[in-house]
Design a protein around this ligand. Sequence first.
Ligand SMILES: [Fe+2]
Length: 209
Amino acid sequence: MQVVRYVTDRAPLKGAPRAPEGRYGDLERQEALDLVKKHVKNKNLIKHMLATEAVMRALARRLGEDEELWGLAGLVHDVDYDETAKSPERHSLVGGALLRDLGLPGELVHAVEAHNQCHGIPRASRLDKALYAVDPLTGLIVAAALIHPEKKLSAIDVPFIMHRFKESSFARGANRDQIKACSELGIGLEEFIGIGLEAMQGISGELGL
Ligand SMILES: [Fe+2]
């Protein structure tokens, strides 16, 4: 597993005992979730990060990338949000510094910092591009599920979300241009939405949808 490469030469997130090789991916993930819950009290925001994690993992599978690394980036990407909600110009830089101090891989830290476009940090890697586009996609999909009479992810499909996508007044916070940046990964919008929906349906219990 590729994840072992970047955890074996780094200290664990919180000084927890090291797990045997091969199980480290799970431990690292639990530590990351604990970190998120320690810093973020808003339950909807935690769900947003779980959704982002699930979609990032699915996207990594689709692109043949490092699923553990991409999932971890999604899980922790808004870790500073409670602290920076009132100062968006600090959002993602505070989190990036925290994650760097914890020894997380530089490519993950860069993706976290670059996902807030207000800093003007170029999206260099595929991980940067993926996190940037996935972030608003999860919000769009949640909003689409909530407007459906059943209020369930299982009740909606890609055409339903595509219709909502085209309504500019719907879920304005879900930046359409940012979602369309999936093209930077060579993935079309409909496929991208499908990957996101399927991934989020897979954790619908955790998302309460
Ligand atoms: Fe986010």
